[in-house]
Design a protein around this ligand. Structure first.
Ligand SMILES: [Zn+2]
Ligand SMILES: [Zn+2]
Length: 255
């Protein structure tokens, strides 16, 4: 069994065939999907999907660094309410994206800090997005960690030194289909070094389809490709990778 720990099922790419997408996920032996909702509208839609597929599609919600400029107190209140009602299994994704800088850096940093504080206050794990911002990401995590921070660096694409630092902080590291890309040898080198117990798998669909499906829409069923690649790199069986990463995800999200 597998768990796709990071999907965006409310994106328009899934408008026409979500039931089939979920069906294929089940056929591919996925046990659960964590759907990431990043604004009020996506949260509404995601709640409906979770009602349709109870104990199968779980929800995480937060403020992506792209949208940091739109963070409001009302949105924070909504996140608190969702946590209270036990509708979300994690806060996020949150973090820093200096590749696109769709929100000013200072605002990204401030919202990331607030999100990390909120995650700890609500006792929820944090899903962290970091692109071309490794130094600031780790600095802010160090400063905001009150000692009970539970987090994952999602869609990991950085070097070993950052992975080591994250592991020292007790963070999990999650990989997408990018580990299967031909040019991704540096990322595969990191996979080899990281203990399986600190590792999770995800698709980040509809983006980042693995090599075998490159150019197509990505979907949760393809998370198996990520697991296969990890098994190959770490010289383990697919079953071992499936079993341990699934258990890791269950423990992390408390599902
Ligand atoms: Zn992300
Ligand atoms: Zn994402």
């Amino acid at each position: 069994m597998f768990i796709d720990t990071h999907a965006h099922l409310t994106f328009p790419e899934f408008n026409d065939d979500l039931p089939q997408v979920i069906q294929r996920a089940k056929e591919a032996k996925l046990e659960a999907i964590v759907n990431i909702a990043l604004d009020e509208e996506a949260i509404k839609q995601s709640l409906k999907i979770s009602e349709q597929y109870p104990s199968y599609v779980f929800m995480a919600a937060g403020c992506h660094p792209h949208e940091a400029k739109d963070w409001t107190i009302e949105y924070e209140t909504l996140l608190r309410q969702l946590a209270q009602d036990k509708k979300i299994v994690a806060l996020g994704e949150m973090g820093l994206d200096y590749h696109y800088n769709l929100s000013p850096k200072e605002q990204q940093q401030e919202v990331f800090r607030q999100s990390l504080r909120l995650a700890q206050e609500l006792d929820l794990p944090a899903i962290i997005h970091s692109r071309e911002a490794s130094r600031d990401t780790m600095l802010i995590i160090h400063e905001e960690n009150k000692g009970n921070l539970k987090g994952v660096l999602h869609c990991f694409g950085s070097e070993m030194v950052l992975a080591k630092e994250a592991l020292d902080l007790g963070l999990m590291i999650s990989f997408t289909g990018t580990v299967t890309f031909k040019k991704a040898q540096p990322v595969r080198d990191v996979v080899r070094e990281i203990p399986l117990e600190s590792l999770m798998i995800e698709t980040d669909c509809p983006f980042l389809a693995p090599q075998a499906f490159r150019g197509q829409r990505n979907e949760p069923a393809y998370v198996v490709e990520v697991a296969k690649q990890i098994a190959e790199v770490k010289d383990l069986t697919l079953e071992e990778v499936a079993e341990t990463t699934t258990q890791n995800a269950k423990d992390f999200f408390n599902i």
